[in-house]
Design a protein around this ligand. Sequence first.
Ligand code: 5RP
Length: 230
Amino acid sequence: MTQEELKKQVGIEAVKYVKNEMIVGLGTGSTATYMINELGRRIKEENLKIIGVTTSKATSKQAQALGIPLKVIDEVEYVDLTIDGVDEISENFRGIKGGGGALLFEKIVASYSKQNIWIVDESKLVKQLGAFPLPVEVVRYGAEQLYRFFKNKRYHPRFRTTNDGKKFITDSGNYIIDLHLEIIADPIILGKELDKLVGVVEHGLFLSMVNKVIIGTKNGLKTLQNDLNA
Ligand code: 5RP
């Protein structure tokens, strides 16, 4: 089974948790794309009344093409269920997100969701976070100062760039600085440090946000439950 097939499987599996009349948060990325296709199919074939709340312009475009009715996060009181991909997930259900640059809206939508499901192929499972570069979304003004700050801290920062070498701009008009840390010894302490920095809009550490993880493995699907109140 290829990685793409595993992504498709978990995307389809996650949509089984969607019930009629739900408000559903729609994640961003290649795995989420399969989930959104499946949701579009179910809405059409089962005539479901679903409202989608998207996490990026790319996801909005896909959902609109599939005819999924959309609202923005401020138009709903809460989201029933958000389904999203993740770049790296450790054994204690902590994750890094933002590989697709949508971390800010993804974190906002996840924060107002009653349930969050992450969908991953098994390559995303790690013992300790950090091999995947940690995205930090920063406002453009003063971004070089933050870059220097991260460099002095030996966080190995790199501005995210597009294929033509220009700085990547997020849906909110900000830059992303990726921190090539290799190992994040204490994600909570690092998250608090990043939260306090002026000019940092958001970072990709999603530490206590996920309720369920659906993992595609070569031996079949696995679903892990995370009790956030434990
Ligand atoms: C986008 C994200 C994605 O969910 C994450 O990058 C996983 O993407 P993919 O499913 O393509 O591996 O956080 O900002």
